[in-house]
Design a protein around this ligand. Structure first.
Ligand SMILES: [Zn+2]
Length: 384
């Protein structure tokens, strides 16, 4: 359940909080010193008059141009909390918040059930925005100039740490046993087999960094799926499909994109590890392709993960993936992440590769003369 908290009760590990704040100051939109990304600073204050510095980046600035009116009250859900940068003086607060399109921002007059706005501030602090100028180095923009300059308009892909850590933990030891153990399959012809010369377009994982943002490419790799820290579903606005990655409880809310009350609805979304001979990385799967892979509907996932608070039973999925190589169609998107090397990869489709080999076949199994031909069967295609 979502907790109603004040600024001082919230840190970067607090899950699902709502904070009632009023805008004390709102700076003009600015451009970073490098001149290639917009940002805007604000100071918000809670009912205890604790103040918090808030930053918005890129397209989020325009998205909220009509919100955060000075001295108006808002309910905030799911702002991104990070430690303040202390290199350039004493920050306003130990933490600062980043507000993006994945934050729910409800003007107090749109809140259901209705509630009163905060009283006008009693101690008006004059805090100059020049005292905490924006420092790009090593923070959200990443350190790779390539990523930074290529990403001027797609700044809304927020990585969230719990997922990232989960994948890293998982990576350490569970990968090796499934390498290069192709399964022998009957290749009895069915109409759905595709013969596609994928090989010439296959990108090894080690070369992902060279792919440009927005590019779609194919990989041939193993798929691994981990359980521990993943919720396997995110909430989206029922209309616009805006994702709210830091909110877990379904509720009605005022959507700043649709500009009217909307409902948060669940969508299947999770991360998988993809691995080939050159390395491994993580990618995101969502919607129908994810539900198909898990053999679960998003409603079932929601019930297990969010109502019963259990882990998904992934054994059968892991068994299904074990030792199989897939042709994976991937789109590379910009990730808002400290680690510039980890752009966000989104899986568009997964195609299982059936490889017939000269391994001994079970008795009575049909023998296949074209023993080395690769046959591809489209098993999952992303619906969009
Ligand atoms: Zn909406």
């Amino acid at each position: 359940m979502t907790k109603r908290l004040n600024i001082n009760e919230i840190d970067e590990n607090t899950e699902e909080w709502i904070c009632k704040v009023q805008v004390v100051d709102k700076g003009h939109p600015r451009t970073t010193r490098e001149g290639n990304n917009k940002y805007q600073l604000m100071i918000l204050q809670d009912e205890k008059e604790t103040q918090m510095q808030v930053i918005m980046h890129g397209t989020d600035v325009g998205h909220y141009a009509n919100e955060f009116v000075p001295f108006q009250t808002y309910l905030l859900l799911g702002a991104f909390v990070s430690e303040s940068i202390k290199t350039y003086g004493i920050p306003l607060h130990q933490f600062r918040w980043t507000i993006d399109k994945g934050t729910i921002v409800e003007p107090i007059d749109k809140v259901i059930p209705p509630e009163p706005p905060l009283l006008p501030p009693t101690l008006l602090k004059t805090t100059s925005f020049d005292s905490f100028d924006y420092q790009a180095i090593g923070f959200e923009f990443g350190t790779s100039q390539n990523i930074f300059t290529n990403s001027s308009s797609s700044y809304d892909q927020m990585e969230y740490p719990s997922i990232r850590e989960g994948i890293i933990n998982f990576r350490s030891d569970e990968i090796k046993p499934v390498l290069n153990t192709y399964t022998t399959k009957s290749t009895a012809a069915t109409g759905s087999l595709l013969f596609v010369p994928f090989e010439e377009h296959i990108v090894p994982i080690v070369n992902i960094q060279q792919q440009s943002l927005g590019q779609v490419f194919h990989m041939q790799a193993l798929l691994l799926i981990s359980n521990e820290t993943q919720k396997f579903r995110v909430l989206v606005c029922s209309d616009y499909k805006q994702v709210f990655p830091r909110i877990w409880t379904q509720r009605k809310f005022y959507c700043t994109t649709c500009r009217r009350p909307k409902k948060l609805t669940p969508r299947c979304q999770f991360q998988v590890t993809i691995k080939d001979d050159t390395g491994s990385t993580t990618a995101m799967i969502s919607n129908k392709i994810g539900e198909e892979l898990l053999s679960l509907t998003v409603a079932e996932i929601h019930d297990i993960r969010c109502i019963k608070k259990q882990l998904l039973s992934l054994l059968s999925v892991q068994h299904k993936l074990l030792g199989k190589t897939f042709t994976i169609q991937i789109k590379k998107l910009f990730a808002k992440n400290k680690d510039a090397s980890s752009a966000k990869l989104v899986i568009m489709s997964i195609t299982e590769i059936y490889i017939t080999s000269n391994l001994p076949l079970p008795i009575n199994a049909p023998t296949t003369p074209e023993s080395s031909k690769r046959k591809l069967k489209q098993i999952m295609i992303k619906e969009d």
